[in-house]
Write a protein that binds this ligand. Structure first.
Ligand code: FAD
Ligand code: NAP
Length: 247
């Protein structure tokens, strides 16, 4: 059973009409970068709860979650409406295995996200461990429109700080955007474009791939990686692909 505590909304940063980030103040238990908590609001007398990954590293004073308003969703439109000073319920303990503790050694770490699944990667990238363990870190963020490319200032700061290690490749699928590949990650993987543009091979010898977000993207990309010899990573059978599905 989860322990629920109150979180105070410090800020609701609205990136566009759907995407938003909540900064929260709550006395949560220590967590690992990449984990998620549950947020809950009472709706019609019932606590409606959903999972949200932390964007902030564990050392931050405040918590941050990055979310999208799902048009016909139950909880996310209500979270989108929250303002500074409002209260939301949060689980005291975070959970999940999408953390570096569960990633085996490899030379290159690929982080592939769609939409709001950029969040857990930003948390991991703000910790020292990832820079000590991997020679190169590739961050891929795929969105529909250029206005969905949030957190550019934070990503640029990471590029500046870790210029010899980080490779960032955005994808914008539904409009041409300077600096981004168009179309889907799956297409760029199939025709070799992704490896060419990033400048690194995807292979079982060198790569570990973390996939997060749209469940169909996770499934399709995993199938394409399996054609290259990469296997699903399990604790009892180490492999090269670690996944987290958002729905
Ligand atoms: C481990 C885990 C971590 C998650 N972390 C995040 C997070 O950090 N940020 C976040 O926005 N969501 C995250 N989610 C999804 C989140 O828990 C909710 O499902 C989402 O906010 C929709 O809730 P809802 O009640 O509004 O919609 P519901 O009434 O539950 O409708 C769910 C439908 O919304 C769509 N959907 C759900 N999540 C997304 C999404 N992120 N992007 C696009 N479409 C979506 C899907 O079509 C899904 O079938 C996570 C889910 C899991 C399982
Ligand atoms: N009702 C639904 O079934 C449904 C499904 C998803 C999202 N939505 C809603 O749409 C809004 C925005 O969602 P979003 O843009 O954040 O998320 P998204 O639909 O997951 O799209 C993010 C990126 O992932 C790409 N993508 C989707 N499926 C893929 C696959 N199988 N393989 C490779 N890439 C894939 C998309 O490409 P494309 O542009 O080519 O799709 C887009 O570039 C949200 O409000 C959400 O609720 C609804």
């Amino acid at each position: 059973m989860s322990t629920w505590i109150k979180a105070e909304v410090i800020e609701n940063r609205r990136w566009n009409k759907d995407l938003f980030s909540l900064t929260l103040d709550a006395d949560v238990a220590p967590f690992a970068a990449g984990q998620f908590a549950k947020l809950g609001l009472e709706i019609d007398g019932k606590l409606i709860q959903r999972a949200y990954s932390y964007v902030n590293p564990p050392s931050s004073k405040y918590l941050e979650i990055y979310a999208t308003r799902v048009a016909d969703g139950l909880l996310s439109p209500r979270l989108h409406e929250l303002e500074a000073g409002d209260t939301v319920m949060i689980t005291k303990e975070a959970t999940g295995f999408f953390t570096l503790d569960d990633i085996p050694e490899s030379e290159h770490l690929w982080m592939i996200s769609t939409g709001t699944a950029l969040g857990p990667f930003l948390s991991i990238l703000q910790e020292q461990e990832v820079w000590q363990r991997f020679r190169k870190v590739v961050l891929i963020h795929a969105v529909r429109f250029s206005a969905d490319l949030s957190y550019q200032a934070e990503i640029n700061a990471l590029k500046k700080k870790h210029s010899d290690q980080i490779l960032v490749q955005p994808f914008v699928s539904r409009e041409p955007t300077a600096g981004a590949l168009s179309g889907r990650i799956t297409h760029a993987l199939e025709d070799g474009m992704l490896e060419r543009v990033v400048g690194l091979p995807l292979s079982p010898e060198k790569s570990h791939v973390m996939l997060c977000g749209n469940p169909q993207m996770v499934k399709d990309v995993r199938a394409l990686l399996q054609l290259k010899g990469l296997e699903k990573h399990l604790r009892r059978k180490p492999g090269h692909i670690t996944t987290e599905r958002y729905w």
